[in-house]
Write a protein of this length. Structure first.
Length: 275
């Protein structure tokens, strides 16, 4: 019985590695928006018996692993697949994440925060209508990922950087821009209201005082490891490899990060219907 379970586990690992190796060989032109299709042609399953395939299908169907079996192909949602593959393969998440494009990288970051029960939204866009835009000469903004837990709101810039762009100058520039996004956000109460309405449900909006004050912290998540963990303006710089640990140890390190506090917020009734 033990050998049978061990054998099935080994075959599952073998299959996940098989999918991983196949993805590595694909050209970027073969990628879809947030995933890929792998055609199941002759020879794709040559190293697996029919019984092996059925057992693998049953297991993977029962997990949210990003693999969906069709008649002629397998649909792979790469960000979900990576979260599952890191459990079975002796490959760290930063290397697996190199299979992703920038949009999928944002999706992976979102799913990691979601795993820790954060409420997450992606690609939040807004316009700065305040006088702050005169100082920055910028009106339009986009925040890649926003993650909220209780009264904490993390404003995340996802950097799918390669080694050449991941340097001190680039990090400092990116941290300054992310800090600017935070300041532009708090200068626009109507935008804050819309953001909070997106993050909270109807019942929570009725009890908004329980969440106030909100604490906003800008941060950057990168593809590869950084020598700098905290920028010169105290914006945390976290590699995807260390993101889980960053979340787990956040309460201990929070005092080192730049932040802004929101003590007043008005939620309009028409906004609760709009979002």
């Amino acid at each position: 019985m033990v050998n049978s379970i061990s054998d099935k586990y080994e075959k599952l690992i073998k299959f996940i590695r098989h999918i991983y190796n196949h993805i590595r060989k694909l050209e970027p032109s073969e990628f879809q928006d947030l995933g890929i299709y792998i055609n199941i042609d002759y020879g794709f399953f040559e190293d697996f018996s029919q019984n092996d395939i059925e057992l693998i299908k049953i297991f993977l169907t029962s997990t949210n692993c990003g693999l969906t079996f069709r008649k002629s192909h397998i649909e792979v949602k790469k960000s979900l697949f990576i979260l599952e593959a890191v459990k079975y393969l002796d490959i760290d998440i930063s290397k697996l994440s190199k299979l992703l494009n920038w949009k999928e990288f944002e999706d992976l970051i979102s799913r990691i925060f979601d795993k820790y029960e954060f409420r997450v939204i992606k690609n939040f866009r807004f316009t700065d209508h305040s006088n702050y835009s005169r100082k920055t000469n910028q009106k339009r903004y986009e925040i890649d990922v926003i993650a909220m837990l209780g009264s904490l709101i993390l404003l995340i810039d996802a950097k799918h950087w390669n080694c050449r762009t991941n340097n001190l100058s680039a990090i400092n520039k990116a941290s300054k821009l992310q800090s600017r996004r935070m300041h532009a956000l708090i200068k626009n109460p109507d935008v804050i209201s819309k953001l909070i309405t997106k993050l909270l449900n109807q019942n929570e909006l009725q009890k908004i005082k329980a969440f106030i004050p909100f604490k906003l912290i800008p941060m950057i998540v990168t593809l590869i490891e950084n020598k700098v963990k905290l920028s010169y303006i105290q914006v945390p710089i976290v590699s995807i490899f260390h993101l889980n640990r960053f979340i787990q140890e956040f309460d201990f390190n929070e005092k080192f990060f730049i932040y802004e506090i929101i003590t007043n917020i008005t939620i309009q009734k028409n906004l609760t219907n709009k979002f």
